[in-house]
Design a binder for this molecule. Structure first.
Ligand code: BES
Ligand code: MN
Ligand code: ZN
Length: 479
């Protein structure tokens, strides 16, 4: 999908060629002397249109408009959230096989965050997954002209939004692929292909190298599967080597059956999405490839399947993690924290300014926060507030959860330094407390995206979250 930013007032918008024109109308809209203004003013006056976000009026071949379809769409006060809602409805209303070029124009000058929301929402509403269809009917909308009434300083944010879309769609693509089309080796291939962009390097470790690093927790998860594990190291080097990087760690379980502590059959297919954290890290790198900012970022992805077999790890087994801590695996379905803890230890070698791990870690987080906000855990107030505000401004929301040491009580065991599960109570927090044990050497935050990484039901599919949040965080903290 191709985005272009243009200066278009309503009279220029009426002349802009395309298959559909969407006019975004805020409550402060003042009509000019052009045809579209007159039309809008009339529909508002007679009550056929309201400027409330989500209200639409769809027109066919309106006089004086070059596009054959036009949608007048209310955006209320013009906030980013209202524009997202309006475009969700408006793009859906004109989506048709022969609508290929879309003109979206703001009738009043928007804030930069509003423009970002518009770009991301237009892409979101028109996205189609096709990779494993034999007769793909792909996305029809190929070009979007974003029109603003008058010159602005919005270009950098517009570029960030277009890059975010590239990243979000890369993350969606890999998260949506079924597990047999997104094995650890195939994920590593995707990471390698990102290294063709400037300033990106990729290194992939296999079972031998990982054994040499003594990543006993990660290996324990992988040992039940015939599919070999991969440990992916991505580097984006846009700043001087002396500048310490931010490290992103993504959980890459390409299928989570639960292992010997097997999951129930219903909806088990959704556990192909258990590599959404990894996909979001790939997505962020796809966006960095596009934007080429002056920052350093490292991406770490421990990836494997969590299956059952005669070789699978068993409840009660004790393994030794890379930093020497022994772990009693009481539940093989709590595998995410096992692959992440060794990746967190590996992160130490980069002397990071911050480490953020991203994981579909717990069903408990879905219960706590649903699909609206990701769970944010951090002992570092500065890092937590930076991530929180990145989420607010990119509309990729998260919510801070507690990390009191009392929550770690249940992880105590007589047979190892730590158990991999506590009781059912506070499950998202006890998982974070487990991870925290491996983060003494750097500022750390954990995003539990179990509720936000994909949607279930009829519209089942990956969301590409939290690529927008992470990208905003990385670019903002560089300023
Ligand atoms: N991948 C799951 C978490 C998950 C569950 C994400 C449902 C999205 C929807 C994770 O590996 C897992 O199985 N966690 C267990 C932990 C438990 C055994 C302590 C869970 O949440 O049930
Ligand atoms: Mn699991
Ligand atoms: Zn899992």
């Amino acid at each position: 999908m191709n985005f272009e930013l243009k200066t278009l007032d309503l009279s220029a918008a009426a002349n802009e060629k395309g298959d559909a024109l969407i006019v975004l109308l805020s409550q402060s809209f003042k009509p000019g002397k052009d045809v579209l203004s007159a039309l809008v003013a009339h529909t508002l006056k007679v009550g056929d249109l309201e400027t409330k976000a989500g209200k639409l009026l769809v027109l066919y071949r309106p006089a004086g408009v070059a596009c054959s379809r036009a949608v007048l769409a209310g955006i209320g006060e013009g906030s980013a959230k209202e524009v997202r809602q309006a475009l969700g409805a408006a793009v859906a209303a004109v989506k048709a096989p022969n609508v290929k070029k879309l003109v979206i124009c703001f009738a009043t000058l928007p804030q930069e965050e509003t423009v970002r929301a518009a770009v991301i929402a237009a892409a979101e509403t028109s996205y189609v997954y096709t990779t494993t269809k034999s007769k793909p009917e792909g996305r029809s909308i190929q070009r979007v002209v974003m029109g603003l009434p008058g010159p602005t300083k919005i270009k950098p944010m517009f570029d960030q939004a277009v890059a975010a879309v590239k990243g979000i769609e890369y993350a969606k693509e890999w998260a949506n692929r079924p597990a047999n089309h997104a094995t650890p080796s195939l994920l590593a291939g995707a990471a390698r292909s990102l290294a063709k962009f400037p300033n990106i390097k990729c290194e992939v470790l296999g079972p031998k190298e990982v054994a040499k690093l003594a990543m006993g927790a990660f290996m324990a998860v992988a040992q039940g599967s015939e599919e070999p594990l991969r440990f992916i190291v991505l580097r984006y080097e846009g700043a001087a080597k002396s500048e310490s990087p931010t490290v992103l760690v993504g959980k890459g379980i390409t299928f989570d059956s639960g292992g010997i502590s097997i999951k129930p059959a219903a909806e088990m297919d959704e556990m192909k999405f258990d590599m959404s954290g990894a996909a979001s890290v790939l997505g962020v790198f796809r966006a960095l490839a596009e934007l080429q900012p002056n920052i350093n970022v490292v991406g770490l992805i421990p990836t494997c399947e969590n299956l059952l077999s005669g070789r699978a790890v068993k409840p009660g087994d004790v393994v030794t993690s890379m930093n020497g801590q022994t772990i009693e695996i009481l539940n093989t379905d709590a595998e995410g924290r096992l692959v992440l803890c060794d990746a967190l230890t590996y992160a130490e070698r980069f002397k990071p300014r911050a480490v953020v791990d991203v994981a579909t870690l717990t069903g408990a987080c879905v219960v706590a926060l649903g699909g609206v906000r990701s769970g944010l855990f951090s002992g570092d107030d500065e890092l937590a507030s930076a991530l929180l505000s990145a989420g607010e401004s990119s509309l990729d929301l998260c919510w801070r959860m507690p990390l009191d040491d009392d929550y770690a009580e249940g992880l105590k065991t007589s047979f190892a330094d730590v158990a991999n599960v506590a009781g059912r109570a506070g499950g998202a927090i006890t998982a974070a407390k487990f991870l925290q044990r491996f983060t003494a050497k750097f500022p750390w935050a954990h995003l539990d995206i179990a509720g936000t990484a994909w949607k279930s039901g009829a519209a089942k599919g990956a969301t590409g979250r939290p690529v927008a949040l992470l990208l905003d965080y990385l670019l903002t903290s560089a300023k």
